[in-house]
Design a protein around this ligand. Structure first.
Ligand code: AMP
Ligand code: MG
Length: 441
């Protein structure tokens, strides 16, 4: 019986003409320029990058206010208060958040006050309800009789339970820097400053184009010899996930005029062009020919598996724009994986985000990862932690470059380095964490 440990035929010398993954990425990124900014509503700019610094026009909080529901009093009025010696203060008013108290708190007086309400003049401390004899007298929201006085059960030090004006942000302070990626908390900070719109780097419009006479669109009837175009749908989904705006230009037949027309159409509106297929050796040369004619395109073999053949270059587009093009391989796994490695960071860079790689964990390979030809192998794996907290990588089944489900099941890519023939089961390897929250089982 053959086993998965059968010796692997492998040439003794690595081929010299393959481009290392890092070099391919560097070259691609060197063509991706940061796009101009646009004005967007803050609730429509999540994931985008601030184009300007944001300075606070006022203090936050804008006024001293109470951090508790309770009574605003003068600390000195509560000096001798204790459970056994309640000090009675006269309640001179009531204040909800959103209003100012019209008057001042004097010795022996208290204003009943709700969280967030500005401190009344004269008061220097807040006694929470819990430290008065009012606590528990009424259910929240219930109507109550006007309270004439309240018993304070504990001495309150000056400044207790007060949120100071400007303790979060000072007027004139630079609160967010240009280059910051907007997440929920940053959007909240902007809102707290009263800012409703911001200048952010715009998202790239990414044209996605499939090539191949064998392709049908989902929804069309199956036909002999044909397969469905999965690449353009998967790629468009990834473009959205990574922050770009996908525009699918459908399927170009393998003819020069068909492909030329589609590319020109895409260049009218798009900032980046992604094609799939037509870049491997056995292909009809039309694809390569069109790309080479219409722009400055290189064809590379990248030292990775899957995803070896890759075209990359730039097109001249209307209005003097230059539009980068990533020509992905046709095999579905190769295409999605190469886009994950190169396309994601190309989009980040155009959006003004730092092109940070994904986090990598060291994990125990639960199976051998075999490397037959000196390329860096990205094996599709599920990552999980054992009871001792050690990470494990389990392959997601057959690893052929057409086995799309191996991608769908993966939340990590386990790496066998280009200079290793295999990672043995039980050995540690690097695993790129892709979607850590992807369902595991
Ligand atoms: P090619 O690069 O044109 O030689 O294509 C390599 C393999 O990928 C072939 O089996 C193609 O049928 C397949 N392929 C090409 N384009 C797509 C696509 N858009 N969706 C799914 N499979 C594709
Ligand atoms: Mg083809």
């Amino acid at each position: 019986m053959s086993s998965h440990k059968a010796p692997v035929a492998r040439s003794t010398e690595p081929p010299v003409d393959m481009l290392p993954v890092e070099d391919a990425l560097d070259r691609i990124l060197s063509f991706c320029r940061v796009l101009p900014s646009e004005t967007r509503a803050i609730d429509d700019a999540v994931g985008q990058v601030l184009a300007t610094d944001i300075t606070a026009p006022f203090d936050i909080p804008p006024h001293d206010n109470t951090a508790m529901d309770g009574y605003a009093v003068q600390s000195a009025s509560t000096d001798d208060a204790a459970e056994s010696n309640p000090i009675r203060l006269r309640v001179i008013g009531e204040l909800a958040a959103g209003y100012l108290y019209d008057g001042a708190v004097g010795p022996g007086e208290a204003v009943r006050i709700m969280t967030g309400a500005p401190m009344p003049d004269g008061a220097d401390t807040i006694v929470p309800f819990e430290e008065t004899d009012e606590f528990g007298l009424r259910a929240p929201g219930q109507e109550h009789e006007t309270i004439e006085d309240v018993g304070i059960l504990k001495a309150a030090g000056p400044g207790n339970n007060i949120r100071r004006r400007g303790e979060d942000v000072r007027r004139g302070q630079q609160v967010l820097n240009a280059g910051t990626v907007l997440r929920g908390p940053e959007v909240a900070v902007l809102a707290s400053l009263g800012v409703g719109e911001v200048e952010v780097i715009r998202r790239p419009r990414v044209a996605i184009l499939s090539t191949g006479d064998e392709l049908l669109s989902p929804g069309e009837a199956p036909a002999p010899g044909k397969i469905y175009d999965s690449n353009s749908y998967g790629l468009s989904a990834l473009v959205t996930q990574y922050g770009g705006i996908p525009e699918r230009f459908g399927i170009a037949q393998d003819t020069i005029p068909a492909l030329t027309a589609k590319i020109n159409e895409a260049l009218e509106s798009c900032d980046m062009v992604i094609t799939s297929a037509g870049v491997s050796r056995g292909d009809f040369d039309v694809v390569k020919e069109v790309l080479a004619r219409e722009g400055a395109i290189d064809f590379w073999t990248v030292k990775m598996k899957p995803g070896k053949p890759l075209a990359f270059g730039e097109f001249d587009a209307p209005e003097g724009r230059r539009v980068p093009h990533i020509g992905l391989p046709g095999n579905p796994v190769s295409s999605l994986l190469a886009f994950e490695l190169f396309g994601r960071l190309a989009i980040y860079q155009m959006m003004g985000r730092q092109p940070h790689p994904r986090p990598i964990v060291r994990a125990i390979a639960d199976e051998d990862i075999v490397n037959t030809d000196w390329r860096r192998v990205y094996a599709r794996a599920t990552l999980s932690q054992d009871e001792d907290g050690r990470w494990h990588a389990r392959l997601t089944g057959p690893q052929g470059s057409g086995v799309l489900t191996s991608m769908a099941l993966a939340n990590g890519y386990a790496v066998c380095p280009e200079d290793r023939e295999r990672v043995h089961a039980g050995e540690e390897c690097d695993v790129i964490m892709v979607d850590w929250d992807h369902p595991l089982d």
